[in-house]
Ligand binder design. Structure first.
Ligand SMILES: Nc1ncnc2c1ncn2[C@@H]1O[C@H](COP(=O)(O)OP(=O)(O)OP(=O)(O)O)[C@@H](O)[C@H]1O
Ligand SMILES: Nc1nc2c(c(=O)[nH]1)N[C@H]1C(S)=C(S)[C@@H](COP(=O)(O)O)O[C@H]1N2
Length: 183
């Protein structure tokens, strides 16, 4: 089974300055380790809401670290210091608007303020970058809702073949995109 390298970015002024303990990176890791069958390794970064730093971090994870998937958490709202979507768009080759739309739609089942998140999904080279809201509970809520589309997206941009635990999330691939196990 392909090994997968994943970038995790927690964007939070208060967690990065020690006001509270970061719960973003542990929540991202926990969900991914439960959902993915592939052997996974992670590069994790805890940074403040500073656009140049977010951009540099995303570029490093995509271009130097070779992450096929990069998940950010935090900084997607309307507050003046929320700049994760701007940073993500600034480093993007293409935007995949469906990810932001679908995450907001599933999130409305949990909170009416889901519409306040400006989260986006983009590609940069062979990396898929997804923004998640900062509330630690939002990580599971949004990943449960959209991750079915992630493995095929990663296939299409030339990444590893991701396999998921079906009781957590069932990856969807069209028949032509499915790998058949030999024998
Ligand atoms: N990385 C994190 N670790 C733990 N809790 C978090 C984290 N990010 C957000 N939260 C929790 O979710 C709440 C709302 O998150 P939000 O992203 O709006 O924080 P914020 O007001 O932008 O501040 P900051 O950037 O300092 O996290 C926070 O008050 C906090 O309780
Ligand atoms: N699934 C889910 N989506 C959510 C939330 C949540 O708790 N769960 N919080 C909302 C709130 S209150 C805000 S302000 C926005 C932006 O959050 P962020 O700035 O922490 O990224 O995400 C929204 N989306």
């Amino acid at each position: 089974m392909d090994a997968i390298h994943i970038g995790l970015v927690s964007v939070s002024d208060r967690a990065s300055s020690g006001v509270y303990e970061d719960r973003g990176i542990p929540a991202l890791k926990e969900w991914l380790e439960l959902a993915l069958l592939n052997p996974c390794s992670f590069d994790a970064r805890l940074i403040p809401d500073e656009q140049p730093l977010i951009e540099a971090t995303l570029k490093e994870l995509a271009d130097q670290c070779g992450c096929a998937l990069i998940l950010t958490t935090g900084g997607t709202g309307p507050a003046p210091r929320d700049v994760t979507p701007e940073a993500t768009r600034a480093v993007a080759d293409r935007e995949l608007p469906g990810f932001g739309e679908a995450m907001r739609a599933v999130s409305l089942k949990y909170v009416p303020t889901a519409i306040l998140s400006r989260q986006v999904g983009v590609t940069r080279g062979g990396s898929l970058i997804l923004n998640l809201p900062g509330q630690p509970k939002a990580i599971k809520e949004t990943l449960d809702g959209v991750f079915a589309a992630v493995p095929y997206c990663v296939d299409l941009i030339g990444g590893p073949y991701m396999e998921t635990r079906e009781d957590i999330v069932k990856a969807f691939r069209p028949k032509s995109g499915q790998k058949t196990t030999p024998g």
